[in-house]
Design a protein around this ligand. Structure first.
Ligand SMILES: Nc1ncnc2c1ncn2[C@@H]1O[C@H](COP(=O)(O)OP(=O)(O)OP(=O)(O)O)[C@@H](O)[C@H]1O
Length: 231
């Protein structure tokens, strides 16, 4: 990548602090980071270092106390809450360690939910969702509710939901952290393959060095800043 390539995500001098009793807990202290199209970056850091906080501010779920978040060259600092929500919905796909699927809806309904919120056509969303579910070997589970799916299947549905709304950026917080080693390996492989095929940019938190080594770059958080990490 060179400087003339347009970044999909830029964090500039990002600070986040939380009130902890009488004290201010400074989690991010001037974090800078640039993510380019097609790049898959691993984020590894000890518990409490601020990985989830970083994903939340990068994905516009939380506002930094200082600094800028730029998505596709759009500075998000001055956007209204409504504009932030729309930009998040259209630009960012989230995957969490726990699937967060809605139990009363089928796999297909869960996957099309973000597109329904974004007021897209249900017919087009359903067609796309089915294609994604098939890519993740879930063609036979389309009409199943989460309670009838295995852990690996539920997480594959959650990944499909994040990808089906055609985001530019995937933000994943230990996306296979809840699965056994073999299932994690399989699901992670599918995730990486899909991200690469779509040419998405991804920032993926993991505690697993082997998974981190499959990504393009590995970063860590050190004293509230994002720095390169050697495995
Ligand atoms: N909403 C909040 N209010 C107060 N403190 C918070 C809040 N969110 C996070 N923290 C604190 O900020 C620090 C960073 O939390 P964060 O969840 O970002 O860490 P992490 O690196 O993702 O940890 P883990 O690997 O355990 O998930 C922790 O000390 C946490 O207790």
């Amino acid at each position: 990548m060179n400087n003339s390539t347009q970044a999909v995500l830029e964090l500039k001098d990002v600070h986040v602090s939380y009130k902890s009793g009488d004290e201010q807990l400074e989690v991010l202290k001037g974090a800078d980071f640039t993510l380019y199209p097609g790049e898959i970056v691993a984020l590894v850091a000890p518990s409490g270092a601020g990985k989830s906080t970083l994903l939340h501010v990068a994905g516009l779920l939380e506002k930094p106390s200082k600094g800028e978040i730029i998505i596709n060259e759009q500075n998000t600092a001055k956007l209204s809450e409504r504009e932030r929500t729309v930009l998040r919905l259209r630009s960012v796909g989230f995957v969490y360690q726990f699937h967060h699927l809605l139990p009363e809806f089928t796999a297909l309904e869960n996957v099309i939910m973000p597109q329904m919120i974004d007021k897209k056509s249900k017919a087009i969303a359903s067609k796309k969702a089915k294609e994604w579910l098939e890519k993740f070997d879930l063609g036979h589970r389309v009409n199943h509710q989460p309670g009838k799916l295995s852990g690996g299947e539920k997480q594959r549905v959650a990944i499909t939901r994040a990808l089906a709304n055609s985001p530019y950026i995937l933000l994943a917080d230990e996306p296979t952290g809840n699965l056994d080693e073999k299932t994690s390996d399989h699901v992670f492989g599918l995730l990486l393959q899909a991200v690469r095929q779509e040419g998405l940019a991804a920032l993926i938190v993991t505690h697993n060095n082997e998974l981190a080594s499959r990504m393009d770059r590995v970063m860590t958080l050190h004293e509230g800043k994002i720095v390169p990490f050697t495995l």
